[in-house]
Design a binder for this molecule. Structure first.
Ligand code: SF4
Length: 362
């Protein structure tokens, strides 16, 4: 299996996908691309949330026409998502997109594909070939009976061959399905056969809740087996939510860290403090911190500090009060109403002392 660090590195504007580069967080705008102001505003919001590469749909000439201005003013490198019309793809490359997402099977035949690939090669614009279980070629559905990992692999390989035939190798591949086991199996099969970097995603994953769960299981399983170079979470929700989930999945897989992780106990009959509210407030208050700390919030002193010994700092609840602890040792006792404020000031003291000792804060 070709693990992340062994995949072929592909330059995507200022970023690199594959070859062991950090796993990139992508998203896609859901504004009318031709509405420049709305699309730029959403891209800025995505960037502020931590998105690193943004894709826009280019379904018509209006969208192609706006691309030069969009790219010039965008807070993030722009990828164009194009189906059916090779002229839109040519226009997007000329406008300066950093990557194209196309499906070589629906771009209008071999000659038109050759035109797109040749211009992409000339302008050094990589192409993502997106294989989707829901839109596999009829020939493969007839051959395999339904969308199977083997059918998805064959589709990807056919499309790769089409590009390679024209001397084009700057490819990123995705194999997506709404079924998690099918997505995972197709990507694993592909990684046995090819060194092209993988864009991971579970497609049509659903609303915030179910999309998060399906994406976490599917993408998480692949990341933990060493696969995946860039990820996109698909949620039927505002795109900015996709970024929060992407960061949480990468952090949970211990692939990238984005600021503090708050661990907290599930509470039980020993808990005499409003732990759910405390955790919620703490998560909001530490959202701006970039230092990769582990903060523990435990419901009681019986097991709290001990259970969270691995944490940098923590809180253990008592009766309407809480203990602040550091590396398993209690350092302060504070009434519940001042607990988060006191904890935050202790946290900043802690960060400053780390900085004084030469530990960098990102
Ligand atoms: S830390 Fe205390 S309150 Fe939380 S689950 Fe453990 S025993 Fe219960």
């Amino acid at each position: 299996m070709f693990r992340r660090e062994q995949t072929r590195p592909v330059k995507v504007g200022p970023l690199t996908i594959g070859g062991g580069a950090p796993v990139i967080i992508e998203s896609m705008t859901n504004t009318d691309t031709a509405d420049l102001a709305a699309t730029l505003a959403q891209i800025t919001e995505l960037k502020q949330a931590g998105c690193e590469l943004v894709r826009v749909a280019v379904p018509n000439q209006r969208a192609v026409a706006v691309l030069p201005d969009l790219i010039k003013q965008s807070a993030l490198p722009v990828v164009a998502d194009i189906h059916f019309n090779h002229r839109f793809a040519l226009g997007a490359i000329r406008a300066g997109v950093v990557k194209l997402r196309i499906n070589p099977g629906n771009i209008g035949g071999e000659e038109r594909l050759a035109e797109v690939v040749s211009l992409a090669g000339e302008k050094q614009v990589p192409i993502r070939i997106g294989v989707n279980a829901g839109s596999l070629e009829q020939r493969l559905l007839d051959k395999y009976g339904k969308a199977t990992p083997e059918a998805m692999l064959e589709s990807a390989m056919d499309h790769i061959r089409m590009a390679e035939k024209h001397g084009f190798y700057d490819l990123v591949i995705s194999l997506k399905a709404s079924s998690v086991p099918l997505t995972v199996a197709a990507n694993r099969l592909f990684a046995k056969e090819s060194r092209y970097p993988l864009h991971l995603g579970v497609t049509e994953a659903g609303s915030s809740f179910s999309g998060t769960v399906y994406s976490a299981v599917g993408i998480g399983a692949l990341l933990l087996s060493g696969l995946g170079d860039t990820i996109r979470i698909s949620l039927t929700a505002p795109p900015v939510e996709e970024i929060r989930v992407a960061k949480a999945i990468l952090a949970a897989a211990e692939i990238r860290r984005f600021g503090p992780r708050v661990i907290s106990c599930p509470t039980c009959g020993r808990c005499q403090i409003s732990l759910i509210e405390l955790v919620k407030e703490l998560e909001q208050r530490v959202a701006e911190i970039t230092e990769p700390l582990t903060l523990a919030v435990m419901g009681c002193v019986v097991n709290g500090p001990g259970e969270a010994r691995e944490a940098d700092l923590g809180i253990a609840g008592g009766k309407n009060q809480g203990l602040i602890f550091c590396a398993g040792e209690v350092v302060r006792k504070v009434p519940q109403d001042r607990l988060i404020d006191e904890f935050m000031s202790f946290l900043y003291e802690y960060l400053n002392s780390k900085a004084d000792f030469g530990v960098s804060q990102k």
